[in-house]
Every structure is written in structure tokens, then in C-alpha cells.
Design a protein around this ligand. Structure first.
Ligand code: UT7
Length: 327
């Protein structure tokens, strides 16, 4: 049987840090409101000339170095993002050239904040089937490029970053991606979206004047559904693997709101000190959120051989998913 091993990880957070106090000078908000309602203290913001593929490039280089794999060995490149450098071509295609990869299959996945978990599962299938030997999977987002910096409902929540992992076929189950459980429900696409700029409402002077090219969100509805759908994903993957939550040592949840993470831990009966959280430092970095938190926790030596780690995400769509990793 072929296992799919995480051979190396990497992450990148832009240098510029914006604190809650900095934001309170631009919009009617406060450090106290942001901390207590979201758990966020600061976020990293990319430079104007740093696009999604540039963030991804830094994370990918680090992952390749940590995996000790040459770029030429990569057979498949997937970038999860909602902030592609351009509407098309894909960020993955752009990154193929920037990384100097062979002319391999490269594509983007748009599953918003669940994008990395989706991408991981797609790559897992390609590797398990023996189609490819090595894959590079990246979550990269520059949310600062698509939020309205005058809208306090959204601008305080997001940050920029990228996280990457190199996957490879393996004969043993150590450091492996074991399974994934994914879902989507598009009945309320407007709960979290950019209303204009697509084929439904192409860009016009009016769409620009009405701020329809920025993230629009119904925070309360998303909050309610997030916990329910993440529970569904966790239960789905545990049931399929005939495990219970007691068999899991760590959860790396999507970093959208500390209160959502706490609610998930409560529902699962899972200790909060085993939930990997970096939201205070990064805010919500969308598709980058889980791989950045995972790569940081690994670099800090928090995981031990034999432990099981669950990744669990939800995002625009709505989409959701969980991945099980055997460390
Ligand atoms: O990756 C998925 C991304 N999205 C999410 O995960 C969003 C999930 N939702 C949330 O995290 C929360 O709903 C928010 C953090 C967005 C909002 O927290 P909330 O506790 O649900 O607040 P609320 O929307 O119920 O608003 C409470 C009050 C409102 O004032 P009124 O109407 O009660 O007078 C807002 O206008 O807080 C006000 N408010 C703010 N005040 C200060 C909203 N944003 C801010 C702000 N600073 N930045």
C-alpha cells in the first residue's frame, strides 16, 4: 500500500505587522473589541508589490528545503487561494515558473478558507493512485488586497500569508495524510463573497463605486454554521477511520475567530491547550491559515511520533473539511 507522507513544510508571513491599535486609527474600532470578539491582536500585511504567488514562493522554497527535495522532482503543484495574482492564469501556473519546476500539472483550488484541506486531499488521491510521486501543496492568500479598509466589520479580521507542504509517496505510515472528509453547500453564497468582478456582475464604474469588489460577509450566520459544519467534518473522518476524539492528540483549526475555535473544542470535548492557535499573531489568513499554523507547530517541536493530528476548516461557499494526519 502506498502512503502519502508530509516530507517538509514551510510558511511565510510578510514583514509588515498591523496591530489592533493601528487599525483603530483608521476605522471606528478598538483593541478591546477585536481581542474579545475575535482573539486577534495583530496581522501581517503584504507589501504592495508582493502578490499571492510571491507569498507562496517563499513558503514553497522553505518546504522544499525542509523536505530535502529538488524543485525538479515535483510532479504536481496545487495552490489554494481566493486572491490569485490575476483572475487568470492561475497562481499555480505563475508559481511553476517562479519556482523553476518542470512543466507539470499546476492548478488553483478555490474553496476559500477550506482551500488547503481540499488541496491536500486532491493531492493525496493523485499520490495514492501512483499517478505522481511528489506534490507541492500550498495555501496562499493576500486578503489585504480584497478587504475594504474602511469596513470595520471585515477589515479587522484578515491578514496575509502562505503555508506549504511537500507530499511524497511512502511505504510507512509515519508523517502521513491518512484521510480527508470534505463538503460544500452553496445555498447562501452571499454570506461570504466578493459580489462583483465575476461573470455574474462584471466590473463597471457602478460596481466599483458601490464597493462590490471587496469581501462582503454575514458574520453572524457564518459563525453559526461554522461550528456545525466543522463538527460534521471531524465526525465524518473519525467515523470512517473508526476512531474517536480520544484518539486525537492535536487539532489545527482554521484561524477565523478564537470564539469559534473554543466553541468547537467545547462541542468535541477536546482540551483547548491541544488546539493549535496562532490567530492572535496572524488574524484570518484564509487558505494559508491551517498550513501556517501546522508548519509553525511542527517547527516548534510540538508534535511527537505516533500522534494523530486533525486539520479542520470552513470557509466561503460555504465549504468545510477535515484531514487526518498520522505523525
Ligand atoms: O474564514 C471565515 C471568515 N469569517 C468568519 O469566520 C466570520 C465568523 N463571524 C465572526 O467571527 C463574528 O461574527 C464577527 C467577529 C465577524 C463579529 O462578531 P459578533 O460577536 O458576531 O458581532 P456582531 O456582528 O454581532 O456585532 C456586534 C456589534 C455591532 O454593533 P451593534 O449593531 O450591536 O451596535 C457591530 O456593528 O459590534 C459592532 N462591530 C464592531 N465594533 C467595533 C462590528 N465590527 C466591529 C469592530 N469594532 N471592528
Amino acid at each position: 500500500m502506498t502512503f502519502v507522507r508530509i516530507m517538509g513544510m514551510g510558511y511565510y508571513l510578510p514583514k509588515k505587522v498591523v496591530t489592533n491599535d493601528d487599525l483603530s486609527k483608521c476605522v471606528d474600532t478598538s483593541d478591546e473589541w477585536i481581542r474579545t470578539r475575535t482573539g486577534i491582536v495583530q496581522r501581517h500585511i503584504a507589501a504592495n508589490n508582493e502578490a499571492c504567488s510571491d507569498l507562496a514562493l517563499q513558503a514553497a522554497k522553505q518546504a522544499l528545503t525542509n523536505a530535502n527535495i529538488a524543485p525538479e522532482a515535483i510532479d504536481l503543484l496545487i495552490v489554494a487561494t481566493v486572491t490569485s495574482d490575476m483572475q487568470f492564469p492561475s497562481t499555480a501556473a505563475i508559481l511553476q515558473a517562479k519556482l523553476g519546476l518542470r512543466t507539470i500539472m499546476a492548478f488553483d483550488i478555490n474553496a476559500a478558507c477550506s482551500g488547503f484541506v481540499y488541496a491536500l486531499d486532491v493531492a493525496r488521491h493523485f499520490l495514492t493512485n501512483g499517478v505522481y510521486r511528489y506534490a507541492l501543496v500550498i495555501g496562499s492568500d493576500k486578503l489585504s488586497a480584497i478587504v475594504n479598509w474602511k469596513d470595520r466589520n471585515t477589515c479587522v479580521l484578515f491578514g496575509d500569508g502562505a503555508g506549504a507542504c511537500v507530499l511524497g509517496q511512502s511505504d510507512t505510515n509515519a508523517h502521513c495524510v491518512v484521510d480527508g472528509f470534505l463538503g460544500a453547500d452553496g445555498s447562501n453564497p452571499d454570506w461570504l463573497c466578493i459580489p462583483a468582478g465575476g461573470s455574474l456582475q462584471p466590473a463597471t464604474a457602478t460596481t466599483v463605486a458601490n464597493h462590490l469588489h471587496f469581501v462582503s460577509m454575514n458574520g453572524r450566520e457564518v459563525f453559526k454554521v461554522a461550528v456545525r459544519r466543522m463538527m460534521e467534518a471531524v465526525r465524518g473522518v473519525l467515523e470512517r477511520q473508526k476512531l474517536t476524539i480520544a484518539d486525537i492528540q492535536w487539532i489545527v483549526p482554521h484561524q477565523a475567530n478564537l470564539r469559534i475555535i473554543q466553541a468547537l473544542a467545547d462541542e468535541l470535548g477536546f482540551p483547548m491547550d491541544r488546539m493549535i492557535c496562532n490567530i492572535d499573531q496572524t488574524g484570518n489568513t484564509s487558505a494559508a491559515s491551517i498550513p501556517v499554523a501546522l508548519a509553525q507547530a511542527e517547527a516548534a517541536g510540538r508534535f511527537h511520533p505516533g500522534e494523530r493530528i486533525l486539520l479542520v476548516a470552513f470557509g466561503g461557499g460555504l465549504t468545510w473539511g477535515a484531514s487526518l494526519i498520522q505523525y
